[in-house]
Design a protein around this ligand. Structure first.
Ligand SMILES: *[C@@H]1O[C@H](CO)[C@@H](O)[C@H](O)[C@H]1NC(C)=O
Ligand SMILES: *[C@@H]1O[C@H](CO)[C@@H](O)[C@H](O)[C@H]1NC(C)=O
Ligand SMILES: *[C@@H]1O[C@H](CO)[C@@H](O)[C@H](O)[C@H]1NC(C)=O
Ligand SMILES: *[C@@H]1O[C@H](CO)[C@@H](O)[C@H](O)[C@H]1NC(C)=O
Length: 490
């Protein structure tokens, strides 16, 4: 049964529509922008995905340059029931979310706008940018936005959640979007903001690609000092003993009280060497040369390498974080959320290591575990900035921890052996959290697997709201029927 589910996810949507015809119609409109499987541009587009599970077999790729082109295409898809996908950075690991088999895939790669208004602190960002390019532009102004932390990740994150250097102070990535320019299912282009289509605006902050195609993000930026302190600290086995306690302290005490800090603990297990390593991006948004007492423990633990330095370049930090995460391997991510809990942090880490050791025979097998805080203040910032659809409001006054379980390996052929077992493992630790009374219902979209019910996790009130908004802006359910990935519940 489980194996069948995996197979279905790889096949994209189950009921194939006559999309070869959709590609033909589209290429009549834009002959130079529609790529069939036999041209180089098609294979280039199909290799832009981080996970090899997402390089599928669409009938064609379409690479528009303008908003009217996106509008005409989406209208054509709706009118002809064409299965389609939209890809920006291609970093989701859900097969069928941003690509498909026998459909049309719209690659937003040409939407490269990066425009900063120095006086209003608003950035107009095209969906074709990766975060490296966005940060590089912001660096010129000593400004920073609430984006992802990895250079290669793309703008889809700003529809899902958005863990970032500035979360503790400013809330999630979605909370710092000021407006989305959106192509609706019937091709109409609207702006969604606090003052225009405000229901759509709130829905899209977490509701993802269920409502339209984003052609521009308007982002709130923040002035930052000329230099900040940041870098990557790497630990070997000798450092391990202290890291879980430091992680808990960061969640419970540092993140809530010292909001200019950001720490992202990653535990990796490399089956090829049989070794554990931890690498931890550390960031302090102040013009100082030494870490504050609240972060000192990270540098004092036995380290293998520590690159924390004064820097004027956040793009360089994003690039450094990204090292070793190239395209082309099989990737899978799973996640759930708990109230931060020291004992649980220890237990989960030990259990994941034990589980991972069983797969040393899988070529290139590597697992990664992280715990990432969402503080009560971050939740409150989301509400203050207009609200989102994530269902975090009403959580207890304690820091939440988003737990990440990521695995990668070389060959697609091994997915059948590994993915169902990974699912089973993550559900088993989720059950422990539930038994201990620390489980929270939230499942962060951007770390979710294909069969995790993200939107249900936002709670019934949010689900009902999202359904109303979908009915209003997409009355015939084009995005629900024709686009794969995480969908609104039936
Ligand atoms: C932005 O404005 C500030 C303050 O007026 C000015 O000092 C700075 O040079 C401007 N930056 C750019 C890149 O235009
Ligand atoms: C994040 O989620 C959005 C939908 O909310 C999706 O479009 C995007 O591809 C995801 N990005 C990553 C990096 O998972
Ligand atoms: C939340 O807890 C902190 C201390 O843990 C306290 O300072 C704050 O007042 C509490 N906030 C609310 C809304 O209860
Ligand atoms: C397109 O859909 C929107 C949302 O349902 C609606 O307001 C608008 O009138 C429609 N436009 C056309 C041209 O039908």
């Amino acid at each position: 049964m489980r194996l069948l589910i995996v197979a279905a996810a790889f096949a994209g949507l189950s009921s194939a529509l006559p999309t070869q015809e959709c590609c033909t119609l589209l290429s009549q409109l834009y002959p130079t922008k529609v790529y069939a499987p036999d041209v180089t541009a098609y294979s280039t587009a199909n290799k832009r995905y981080w996970s090899s599970t997402c390089s599928l077999k669409p009938s064609c790729f379409f690479e528009p340059n303008t908003v009217p082109e996106v509008s005409a295409a989406v209208k054509l898809f709706s009118q002809n029931n064409c299965k389609f996908s939209v890809t920006a950075g291609g970093h989701s690991t859900i097969p069928g979310a941003a690509n498909n088999d026998r459909g049309v895939t719209v690659a937003m790669v040409n939407f490269q706008q990066r425009e900063i208004d120095n006086s209003t602190n608003i950035m107009h960002l095209g969906p074709g940018n990766r975060f490296y390019q966005a940060y590089a532009e912001m660096d010129k102004y000593n400004k920073v936005g609430v984006l992802g932390r990895y250079a290669q990740v793309g703008t889809g994150l700003l529809l899902g959640a958005g863990l970032s250097y500035l979360n503790n102070q400013e809330g999630l990535g979605v909370d710092n979007v000021k407006a989305y320019e959106v192509v609706l299912a019937n091709g109409t282009v609207v702006t969604a903001s606090r003052t225009s289509n405000s229901d759509l605006f709130k829905a899209m902050k977490g509701g993802g690609d269920n409502f339209g195609v984003v052609t521009r993000y308007d982002l709130q930026l923040y002035d930052r000092p000329a230099t900040v302190l940041g870098g990557l600290i790497t630990y070997g086995e000798a450092g391990m003993a202290t890291l879980e306690d430091l992680t808990y302290d960061y969640h419970a005490n540092v993140a809530p009280n010292d909001q200019q800090t950001h720490v992202l603990p990653n535990w990796g297990y490399n089956a090829a060497t049989g070794l554990r390593e931890a690498f931890v991006p550390v960031f302090y948004n102040k013009d100082v040369s030494v870490l504050p007492p609240s972060l000192k423990g990270w540098a004092d633990a036995p380290t293998v390498k520590n690159t924390v330095r004064r820097t004027n370049s956040i793009s360089a930090l994003a690039l450094e974080n990204n090292e070793g995460y190239g395209n082309g391997l099989v990737q899978e991510q799973r996640t759930f959320t708990v109230y931060a809990n020291k004992q649980f942090f220890h237990d989960v880490n030990a259990l994941y290591l034990e589980w991972s050791k069983k797969y040393q025979h899988i070529e290139g097998f590597y697992t990664l575990h992280c715990n990432m805080p969402i503080t009560p203040h971050a939740v409150a910032e989301g509400i203050r900035k207009g609200g989102n659809s994530l269902g975090l409001a009403g959580s207890k006054n304690q820091t939440l921890s988003v737990l990440y379980f990521g695995l990668s390996f070389k060959n697609l052929a091994d997915t059948a052996a590994v993915f169902p077992a990974h699912d089973e493992f993550v559900e088993s630790v989720k059950k422990i959290a539930s038994d201990r009374g620390i489980l929270h219902k939230y499942i962060m979209w951007n770390y979710s697997a294909y069969n995790q019910k993200v939107i249900e996790g936002y709670g019934p009130e949010s689900v009902a709201f999202l359904k109303r908004v979908s009915k209003k802006y997409d009355p015939t359910g084009g995005f629900l029927r024709l686009v794969g990935g995480q969908k609104l519940p039936e």
